[in-house]
Each structure stands twice: as C-alpha cells, then as structure tokens.
Ligand binder design. Structure first.
Ligand code: PFF
Length: 452
C-alpha cells in the first residue's frame, strides 16, 4: 500500500511558498470585511476570544487533517479521497468530501467574485478622487447606485474572474506561486501603512478597547456558533482548497508547524484589519455595527474626509482586492487540478472550462442585488441561497466528514508518518478529530438549519 504519492502538478518551490499560498487563501474578504462587522455585532472582545478558541480547537486540527490528506494523496481532492477511501477500505460515501469541496469552491467563487468586484470598483473610484468630501448620504447613494447597476457589476465581476482564471491558467509555479509572491509583500505593506495611519490620525485607543474589552453579557449561543462558522470560512477549510495546496507540499515540510503559522497569520491579519477599521470608524463618529455595508458605506466617508484620504482609500480597497484575489484562486484550484488529472488538458483549457460556468453562476448573484431582488426562495435572494448553501451547509459538512474520516477511517500509520509528531500530540489531535470537532461542528450545523 502506498502512503504517499507524487503530484503531477509539481510542488511549491519551498515551505515558505506553501505558507504564503495557504495564508493568501485564508486571508480574504472574511478577514477584512466580515470579521470586523461580526465582531461588532457579537460583543467585541468576548467574541474575539471565542473565535480564537474555535480556531485553536477546531480550525487547527481540521486544517492539519486537510493538508495531511492532500500531501499523502498527491492529487486533487476528488482523486485523493478516492485513493484514501480505497486504501482504507472505507465506504464510498467518504469520496463525497472531494466532490462536495470542488463544488463548494466553485459556488463560493461565484459570489466572492461579485463582492471583490465592488472592491475593485471602489479602488478606481477612490483613485479618481470620487470619494473626496463625501458624506454619509452620498456614500449610501454611491453604494446603492453600484448595486442597482447590473452592467457595472457585470464588468467588475468579469474583470475579477479574468484575473483569477489567468493566474490559474499559468499553473502552479508561474501562476499561483508567482502571483502570491508579488501580492504578499504588498498586503503587508498596505496593512502596515494603514495601521500606522490609525495610530497617528485615528481613534486607535477606542478601537483597541472595542476589540479587547470582554463584555461576556453580549455573547449568546448564536455568537458562539457564528464564531465557529467563521473559523471555517476564514481558514478556507472544509472544501478541499487547502487539501489541494497540501498536495503540492514538499514531503519534507512540517505540517503541524505550517498549520499553526497559517492560523496565526490569518488571525493576526483579521485582528489588524479590525483594529484599522474600527479606529477609522470611531474617529469619524460612524457606527461600528453597520453590518456588511461597513466597508463600502461608512469607510468612504472616513477616507473622503481624512488627510491623504485619496491615497489611503485607494490603498485600502486595493488591499481587499489583493486579499480576495489570492483567496479566489484557491477556491477554484481543486476543480482545475481534477480536470487536468482526469482529461490531461492544459491549464488554459481547464481554467476556461471551470471559469466560464462560475462566471455565469455569478451573474445570478449580481442580479439578486437589482433585477432579481424580488425573487426569493426560502425568503432569500439567489445570492442568499447560494451563500447559505456553500458557507453554511457544504463547508461544515465537508469539515465534519474530513474530521471523521481522518479520525476513524484512515489508517493511523499513514497520518502518523505524514505528521511526524509525538505520541501525546497525536493522541490529542485524534481526540479532537474523533470527538471535539465533529460534535461542535454538528452543533453549528443543526443551529444553522434551524432544527434547534
Ligand atoms: N478564507 C477566505 C476569506 O476569509 O475570505 C474565504 C475562502 C476562500 C473560503 C477560498 C474558501 C476558499 F476556498
């Protein structure tokens, strides 16, 4: 029996390249757009503690399992899971992990691209000086103008999809690795610049207080569940994206060390984004709990009225675009790796075959903000349904299956050989995969589908 296979796609050129790619996947709209506003809605500091606990207790063990499954499989999640199931005499049902993940990734990209398109549009708007001296009403109007224009949304969605599929088309070394090598330092530079700005010109003390004062009375069962769900989304786990990146990981790399570094970097960037955003929000008397519109409706007011606002505004929206871009490529890599393996086609072809349906599907999302906004299924717009299906059903389900498969079905000798950790750590990891993670994930799942 073979415990490890060679990847036909090649390998990351170093552990560092993998670290950058996986961190690039993890850091995205989830960190910069979603984390600050759900923190605001769920009690600030108390929520942050619960979220970090979820990252440690569920996120890290499941991510380790995903990277391990990827590296020992050496293929796309669909083929890797097929091999793993065969090698461990498991039931065919476990193979669904690969399929579900590939589909979830495509679905996530379809709406992720539309929202990243908003950020693209704001980057240009800010660079042109379009946010200068804007007030709250003006910013609100600007945002609804964008959402009500299917033509503009389509252009930005198309631009973002083209950016994403171009990187995919160039393949692992010349595409993914190159793109991330260029993007990562910019992300760090832009975040640092904005953090310095927050300390010098904005209400950084209020922001810190907001993020780190523990008001446990605001924490509900629901918040705990939101924190767990977000841990999945933010680490890009449960859908095979990280599993695919794991397939390209050199055999010598330490999976536990890399996992911890990625989780740490992702959490730090989320905290830093929250710090920057709330500093700007507070210094301009804006509402921290404005929900999903926080970045697009309230921050332009801040950028429009601050010193060097045009520069910082452009930098900020560009930061979101870069972060979303490096996440988007990972969402669609599993399906591309599978197409290349199965049909022996070129990367260019696979990117077109996978990109075009995702692009078309995304049109449904962009129309649900205007022409289709009245059409509802289960009380949700098309975007609402698609987001719910992928993020709230497929990701937790994928996560629970990955945990259970690794914990109960897969041969321990294989996972032990891949991880190379001490006995006590291995037992702790197994315990988490067998009991802690599945029970907690099932609890989120049950809550989300409203059975509770
Ligand atoms: N981790 C990304 C974020 O926080 O924005 C979201 C994501 C990207 C999820 C890619 C899944 C994925 F495959």
């Amino acid at each position: 029996m073979q415990s490890t296979q060679n990847s036909i796609h090649g390998y990351w050129s170093s552990d560092r390249a993998f670290f950058l790619a996986a961190t690039g996947s993890a850091v995205g709209l989830g960190n910069i757009w979603k984390f600050p506003y759900i923190t605001g809605e769920n009690g600030g500091g108390a929520f942050v503690i619960v979220y970090m606990a979820c990252i440690i207790v569920i996120g890290v063990p499941v991510m380790m399992a995903e990277i391990m499954l990827g590296r020992s499989g050496g293929k796309s999640p669909i083929h890797a899971m097929k091999d793993h199931v065969k090698n461990s005499d498991g039931h065919n049902i476990w193979e669904s992990v690969g399929w579900m993940g590939a589909i979830a990734g495509a679905i996530i990209l379809s709406f992720y691209s539309v929202i990243a398109g908003w950020a693209l549009s704001y980057t240009f708007l800010s660079a042109k000086g379009g946010l200068a001296n804007i007030n709250g009403d003006g910013a609100g109007q600007l945002f609804s103008q964008l959402l009500s224009s299917p033509g503009s949304l389509l252009i930005w969605h198309t631009v973002f999809m083209t950016m994403t599929m171009t990187v995919i088309g160039y393949g692992l070394k010349r595409g993914l690795e190159q793109a991330i090598r260029i993007m990562a330092p910019w992300l760090v530079v832009l975040l640092t610049l904005l953090a310095i700005y927050s300390v010098l010109y904005a209400s950084y003390a209020d922001s810190l207080l907001y993020l780190f004062s523990f008001d446990f009375s605001k924490l509900t069962t629901e918040s705990v569940l939101v924190a767990m769900g977000h841990a999945f989304f933010t680490l890009s786990i449960g859908l095979g994206a990280i599993m695919t990146y794991g397939a390209y990981l050199p055999k010598s790399a330490s999976i536990p060390k890399l996992t911890i570094s990625i989780a740490l970097a992702d959490t730090l960037i989320a905290l830093l984004s929250g710090f920057i955003i709330f500093s700007i929000v507070f210094s301009n008397g804006l509402e921290p709990s404005s929900g999903p519109g926080l970045i697009f409706q309230t921050l332009p007011v801040a950028f429009g009225n601050m010193p060097f606002g045009r520069l910082f505004g452009t930098a900020f929206f560009l930061l979101i675009v870069l972060a979303a871009w490096s996440s988007a490529i990972s969402a669609v890599e599993p399906i591309n790796a599978w197409l290349v393996e199965k049909y022996g086609i070129t990367r260019l072809k696979s990117s077109l075959i996978s990109g075009i349906p995702v692009w078309i599907f995304g049109v449904g999302t962009l129309l649900s903000f205007n022409i289709w906004s009245e059409y509802k299924i289960w009380g949700k717009t098309f975007f609402g349904v698609v987001d719910f299906l992928a993020s709230n059903i497929l990701l937790p389900l994928g996560g629970v299956l990955i945990a259970l498969f690794t914990g109960w079905i897969m041969q321990k000798s294989i996972s032990r050989a891949e991880l190379k950790i001490g006995n006590r750590m291995f037992i702790g990891w197994m315990f988490s995969l067998r009991y802690v993670a599945p029970i907690l994930i099932i609890a989120i799942f049950i809550n989300i589908v409203g059975i509770f």
